[in-house]
Write a protein that binds this ligand. Structure first.
Ligand SMILES: [Zn+2]
Length: 396
């Protein structure tokens, strides 16, 4: 795999907004290399806050209020200033771009709605992400581990996306669960901001690559590898994910729902099977194979069609959990046992199980481990380095 591309934003006008302050900062004697370094160290990302709005109200950094609608002259750019910019009253660090998205223009001849994009430095972005992903009441060392993982996730995902020709050109990330939840300045908390600042620039690194910082709520006693949970057609897995190892964990046992059970009635199972697998009635449901961490790899599903013909299906543990509901079947580290009325599913942990176990990280922090020790446990093949846009520096 190639080294991740540096985070230049050559692809759109936002590059100018990075270049101009960089030139002002280092003055007329500034060499090309110095300017280059200034741009790199101010890595900025573009977060899509909303799209297809009929209108949006922006309060610029100077306090001027502007209402923009689909028929307004767009794009409009609101540069950052002393005060945060308000988008429909909600404050954001960095600058704001209001535009139409290219792909929306193909929508049945209708004028596309308004999209709002926040251009924000990586570190400022993380201030609005970490409090959404871990409670501010968690111990400081666990919050620091979460900050490093969140930063690593963003940079690894961006590097991958920017190499892909099919991703949208106008923005890098969305502000919801499909990427990481980002609440802007309103979400920031003193404790989580302290953790982001204390780990400024630090990422998980392995063999010339930033490691995608996957995380989950509780591993249930053993973490999983990405290959085990997500797999690939070749079965070999993405090169980057080879860095992950399945490790045991006892520190997440304090999690209030470490062990869980859920009852799956026959009628409910049939309902799911009808809409997802075309089975009218499920007659047998059994775990067929498990991955190295013990998570369900495949389930054998036997049933009858509406006309009474027998059908057999192999369903992956991940797909089965999605169909049953990820909040109900909280992980695939589970057993499925038939009962008189249906099936009893009992398991450990919550989430996919790859990477950082958040409850384990909190338990380790309470036991006195620092964030580097915590990260070393869940990412044993990675080291924590300070990332400087294309260059890395080992931190002391
Ligand atoms: Zn755990």
């Amino acid at each position: 795999m190639r080294t991740p591309a540096p985070f230049f934003l050559f692809r759109n006008a936002s590059f100018l907004f990075l270049l101009i302050p960089a030139m002002i900062l280092c003055g007329p004697a500034c060499t090309a290399a110095q300017r280059h370094q200034s741009i790199v160290s101010s890595e900025r990302i573009r977060v899509l806050l909303a799209e297809n709005l009929s209108s949006v109200e922006i309060t610029a950094a100077n306090g001027r209020r502007v209402k923009l609608a689909a028929h307004s002259a767009l794009p409009r750019f609101f540069p950052e200033g002393k005060n945060p910019i308000l988008v429909n009253g909600k404050p954001y660090r960095g600058s704001i771009e209001v535009r139409r998205l290219g792909r929306a223009s193909a929508d049945r001849g209708r004028a596309p709605g308004v999209a709002v994009i926040n251009h924000v430095s990586l570190e400022d972005y993380l201030l609005g992400v970490v409090p959404a992903e871990m409670s501010r009441r968690a111990p400081q060392e666990a919050l620091k581990a979460q900050a490093v993982v969140a930063r690593s996730y963003v940079l690894a995902i961006l590097a991958k996306r920017r190499r892909s020709p099919t991703v949208p050109k106008e923005y890098d990330l969305r502000d919801g669960v499909t990427d990481q939840v980002y609440g802007g300045k309103a979400a920031e908390r003193e404790e989580t901001s302290r953790a982001v600042r204390a780990t400024r620039g630090e990422v998980l690194f392995h063999d010339g690559e930033i490691v995608p910082g996957f995380f989950h709520s509780s591993c249930g006693g053993r973490t999983a590898t990405p290959q085990e949970v997500w797999g690939t057609k070749s079965g070999a897995g993405d090169e980057t994910t080879k860095v992950f190892q399945s490790v045991s964990d006892t520190y997440c046992e304090a999690y209030p729902r470490f062990f869980w059970t859920t009852e799956l009635s026959r009628s409910r199972m049939n309902e799911k099977a009808r809409s997802h697998w075309g089975l009218w009635k499920v007659t047998r449901l059994a775990v067929l194979s498990r991955g190295p961490s013990g998570r369900i790899r495949y389930i054998r599903l036997v049933g009858r069609t509406r006309k009474g013909a027998e059908r057999r299906f192999l369903v992956s543990g991940k797909d089965f959990r999605r169909v049953i509901g990820a909040g109900e079947m909280r992980s695939t580290l589970a057993d499925i046992v038939p009962t008189k009325t249906g099936w009893l599913i009992s398991g450990n942990g919550f989430g996919h199980g790859v990477g950082l176990c958040q409850w384990g990280a909190m338990g380790r922090a309470e036991a006195g481990f620092n964030y580097r020790e915590i990260l070393k446990h869940y990412f044993p093949n990675s080291s924590v380095v300070r990332w400087k846009g294309g260059k890395k520096r080992e931190t002391p």
